[in-house]
Design a protein. Sequence first.
Length: 329
Amino acid sequence: MDSMRSPAAQRLSFETGDLDAAREQVALNFADHHLAVQSSRSLDFKLDLTMSSRLSVGLLTYGAQISIDAPPMRSCYHVNLPLTGVSTASQHGRRRTVSAGESGVAFLPSGPLSVTWSADQRQYVIRLRKEQLEAYAARLSGQPIQPIDFDLTFDLRSGAAQSLLATAAFVYAELIRPGGIAAIPAACQELEAALMTQLLFVVPSQLSRILHGEASAGRPAKIREALAIIDEDPSAPLTTAQLAAQVGMSLRSLQLGFQEAVGMTPTAYLCGARLDRVHEELLLGANASVTDVAMRWGFFHPGRFAQQYRARFGQLPSQTAGWRAGASR
């Protein structure tokens, strides 16, 4: 089957039983490599891949036991999240066996790598651009930009790792869906940031101690500054990492500071501020539909928005808009 790529959605769907065609597609979208089939079973290669500005997320299976040897990728970090099967991974003198549901794999840009996949192996594969991930990690940790020394493998059984898997699945589904979040740049950036944040927290590296460390005490002025930034313009496409960078704090310090100051996370506070602005517009009789008002303030999923609105105000947004319309007659 030929590849099918949509320029707008940046999506690739490809299936083949030909070894050279499979190798070519993986080389084109990830990195050059040598591919070999290690069993008599016929290749049944399937790749569904979607690409945004900072990362690529796909579902990949070979349908046969294979081995891959590749030179250093140099321009990207690569993460595998196995859903089925068993694999081995080697890089920088480290070699690990990985079982689905137990461990993931993180390959660095430097150093050649080798992998073997069992015939039933099926994985989420994530390619992250080196310069952009390192810049994002620097903002998140408050450290200078530097190469990230991820451990080769990481535990997938913790609550945080399960959240990472769920986020990867959600990002993949949304980016690959026609007319999905990929068509909304601000929302797409938030999804990219969420996935990169979880990767940096879940996969051990030299930054883990800083990202998971306790916040320094006595920074109420910076928290007040962060609150003011949100209150001034809640509609701004602001991630928690960007907010932390603006006020000169690490992400962990900002999160702990918000819990101490307002009893919630920065994301929850931002969501509340946006909901308040939607509520104000609906009460004042906004000359727009509820959906348009919600999207103007950063709510792109009508069902989830309605739930959040009802939890905060005790009624659906349509009821607020309807009450206003009825009162004006």
